[in-house]
Write a protein that binds this ligand. Structure first.
Ligand code: F6P
Length: 312
């Protein structure tokens, strides 16, 4: 009659297999809010007390939560309500948590997006095309910016920098004038239409997710430049690779630090990666704001200096 499933992890479970996998091996969810849980009949119920009671019954001393701002927000509310002790480990491909230079998963997602540009370039060059790659990142353009530079994009579109179709067309025409017959564009999913309209897809049950900016831009760029244009939406492919060595190192460093913090009784904090060190920061500071791309930051400057356009 136990309402929950329990898996006991022992040091032997970390024998080199798990670190090579993407996704969650625990079977946890990143989209069910226990305070507003949708039941099978569609009703919405607050089930937080059941979770708190379950934790108490299992004699759990502390929770190490691995996730992004949404997960940490829920975890802090559960902690407050049920007097639970927890430590957070940042994990989101969006890399939008403030206070940590990196979150686990970002490096791998950027590697996948970079490889996608590598794989689009030959077709672009062979058939004189403009290729638009749409990548994830929610409200932050980090994946597009990093992969765009690393993968040799000509134009990087991110929600933090306003673009215009004319700006994009001008760059493509410049490229053609200089004798190159193709162009690569990387667009972050949260980029809006030039009129400021969000591009979203409504899924079953009414849930909305970003998506559609590349399909929206494709015909407009084709019309403005006379170029043949093709669109690729990378989607969840970005979340499933075997982690890069950087992500493995980061996960190990943050995991070790999180266990140290539990042993030292330091709760209500997130482990952060700052200047190549694992440090602790108060969870409220970590989720206070979404860290977006700084348009005046070093990487935007780097991209512009390399001749990459932001369509502005
Ligand atoms: O937050 C991670 C992320 O992959 C975003 O980049 C993306 O917008 C979203 O999740 C997709 O959500 P889902 O997996 O629910 O479709």
């Amino acid at each position: 009659e136990e309402p929950y499933a329990v898996k006991t992890l022992k040091p032997d479970d970390f024998n080199g297999f798990i670190m090579r996998l993407g996704g969650t091996v625990l079977g946890t969810t990143n989209s069910r809010n226990p305070f507003k849980y949708t039941m099978a009949d569609g009703s919405i119920v607050d089930r937080s007390d059941e979770i708190i009671a379950g934790m108490k019954k299992l004699n759990i001393d502390a929770v190490i939560g691995i996730g992004g701002d949404g997960s940490f927000d829920i975890l802090s509310r559960l902690a407050k309500k049920g007097n639970l002790k927890f430590v957070g480990i940042p994990k989101t491909i969006d890399n939008d948590l403030s206070m940590t230079d990196l979150a686990v998963g970002f490096d791998t997602a950027v590697a996948v997006a970079t490889e996608a540009l590598d794989r689009l370039q030959p077709t672009a060059a062979s058939h004189d095309r403009v290729m638009i790659l749409e990548v994830m990142g929610r409200d932050a353009g980090h994946i597009a910016l990093h992969a765009g530079i690393a993968g040799g994009a000509d134009i990087i579109l991110i929600p933090e920098i306003k673009y215009s179709i004319e700006g994009i067309a001008k760059k493509i025409k410049d490229i053609k004038r200089k004798g190159r017959n193709f162009a690569l564009i990387i667009a972050s999913e949260a980029v809006k239409s030039p009129e400021g309209e969000k591009m979203q897809v409504v899924y079953h049950g009414g849930e909305k997710r970003y998506g559609g900016i590349a399909d929206f831009l494709g015909p407009k760029i084709a019309e403005a430049t006379g170029s043949e244009t093709r669109v690729t939406v990378l989607g969840h492919v970005q979340r499933g690779a075997s982690p890069t060595y950087n992500d493995r190192l980061l996960a190990h460093a943050l995991g070790v630090k999180a266990v140290d913090m539990v042993n030292e009784g330091k709760f209500g904090h997130m482990v952060a990666w700052q200047k190549m060190r694992a440090v602790e920061v108060p969870i409220e500071d970590a989720i206070k704001e979404c860290r977006t791309v700084d348009p005046k930051g070093s990487l935007v400057y780097t991209a512009r200096s390399l001749g990459i356009s932001f369509g502005d």
